[in-house]
Structure formats: structure tokens, C-alpha cells
Design a binder for this molecule. Sequence first.
Ligand code: ZN
Length: 374
Amino acid sequence: MNRPILDTGIKVVKNVGSFNFGAGALDNLLQHVDTRRARATTANEDGRVVYLVDEFFFDRPETLDRLGSTSQDRIDFVPTTEEPKTDAIDERVADLIAAGFSAPATLVGVGGGITLDTTKAVANLLTNGGKAEDYQGWDLVRVPGRHKIGVPTISGTGSEATRTCIMTNIRSGLKLGMNSDHTVFDHLILDPELTATVPRDQYFYTGMDAYLHCVEAMAGSYRNAVGDAYARETLNLCRQLFLADDMMSPESRERLMVASYLGGCAIGTSYVGLVHPFSAGLSVVLGVHHCIANCMAMRAMTEFYPAACTEFEAMAERQQVTVPRGVCRDLSDAQYRALYDATVIHEKPLTNALGSGYREVLTLDRVVELFQAM
Ligand code: ZN
């Protein structure tokens, strides 16, 4: 009997080990880092800590000074102009090993999805060896990665909760993470004060990732009671905050931080649908960032998600955020072909959304039409 395509082994749900939550939670980081340092010698680790910090914080000592770093530690700033590439991850790991940081007491990732995913990938590679591309797929990571703590500074991607870390392999065109229980963070600091300085547009696009994960999951064929419960509450919180007067009030920022985490848990037990594969096409071929690409893709999804599309437009309007239009008008035939290839390659979510015959619905012409409608 053929193994069904959606049967990828979500049999045991792995969640984040522990977390601190609430305004000011960042002050708890020092204690967790110190605990890790104290046990380092017995655990064959070297007592130093690797911080991977979103470059946004490069000149923000008010945040950097609270991370608990010493002069012995390593702080690397993670550029966020491009989403993680397998080659860049490999270089980062090689640099750390060359600098003597192959067995840090913990890695602390401070930032958005790019930084958190980078931290997860690096932690896995420091113990598993090999190259990042070796682990793109399901359950290929052999042994637990280095201990890692996540400190999200923008909400929506759910990276803080999930068992994956999305990376693009430029040579193969594959945008896929290391889906593994070993990828899950050991500890999180969820401090909604950290999202107060995010630019409004970016806050909206990224927050919508949580909303869309759950819209797609709830419309799919692969459903389960736990995933549904996480997804329903995520959507509930998103409606409360994105249809409120100010999506960035302290209450709204707290709600979105919870929605992001729960949305990550939801997607960890289910699959996305159509928006994410089309979004991945935009990212791989045109270099558009994940969250804004989702919003662009959602514009063309009316026939698949009619109610959610209407609600999405209402949220954008309420928050006075503009989603750019026309990103795929007037491209070359080769570019449209590349967009098609980079979209239909995502067979799990597309099967979840449309069934195993999804390619009959998503023909080359149809896919090109949808991209042109964005
Ligand atoms: Zn997403």
C-alpha cells in the first residue's frame, strides 16, 4: 500500500520545553543563561554563549544590555535583508567552529523568523555535522542540537513554536526547513514589550502569517482536534486585534504574541494550504520576503478562501496598511515558468488544500493567471 502523502509522522507532538511570558519577561533571560553556563563543564560544553541577534538591534543598547552576555561570549548580528539560505547557514556554522564555539552552553536567538530559524538550524548543525541542505525535509536530523533559547521580537511566523526552520537552497530552488523534533526551542522568552518598535506595515504582514497559517489549516483535508483548537483560538485572537482600533496597543501586541505561538503549534500538527506555496514561489523567484509575499498571494485566493479574503481586506483597511499590487505583472515566460515550478513543488500543502489531483486544478496557465492577479 502506498503511504499517503500527508502521512509524515505527526504522531507525537513536540512542544517548546518552557517559556516565560508577559511584559518585561526579557529580564528572565539572564537567569536561564546563567543556569546553562553553570552546568556547562559537566555537560562537556564550554560555558560561553552564542547570541544570534537581528541586525535591527545593532545600535540598540537598551535591548542588547539586557541579554546577559559577557566579553567571552559571541554576539553575531543576523542580516534580515534576505531570508535564510543553506549556504549562508553553513558559513555561519563554519565561522563559529573556527572561532572555538562548537559547544556553547546555549544559543540565544533574538529577532524575527529569520533570526529564530537561523538559530535553530545552526544549533542542529553544531551537533549533527554535514551541511544544511542534508537536513531539508522530514525527520532527517539525527541527534539533538545544541541547547537554544528563542526571544521573538516580532510576532506572527510561529517560528518560536515550530519544529522547522525554513531555508532556501539556491541551487535546487528548494525552500524547505529541517522538520524535526530536534529543531524545537528548549526555552522561549515571550515579551510583548519587544514588539513595540516594529514598523506598522511589517507588524501587520508578519502578524498575518499567524492568521493565514490557521485559515489554510482549517480549510484543509488533514485536520485533527488539537490542531483545530490551536487554530481556532489563533484566528479568534487575530480578529480581536486586527479589527481593533490599534493593532499595536499593549493588549493587541500581547494577543498577537500569543496568536503567533498558538498558530505555530497549530501548524506543527497540520499543514498549510494554497497561500504558502504561492508565497514560496514569490520568495524563491522574486526574492519577496515570506510574510509580505503571503499577503500578496492572499490577494489572488478569493475563489479558494472567499470569507478569509474578505476579512483579510477588512483588517488591512482597518489598520490602514497597504499590500503592494502587481508584483507579477509583465514578467517573462521563463519567470512565470519558474514561479509555477516553485509553487507546485509543495505537494503536501497543495494536497491538503486540493487533494492528490491538485496539478489538474493548478495547471501552468491557471497558476500564471493567479500570479498575475496578485
Ligand atoms: Zn508562514
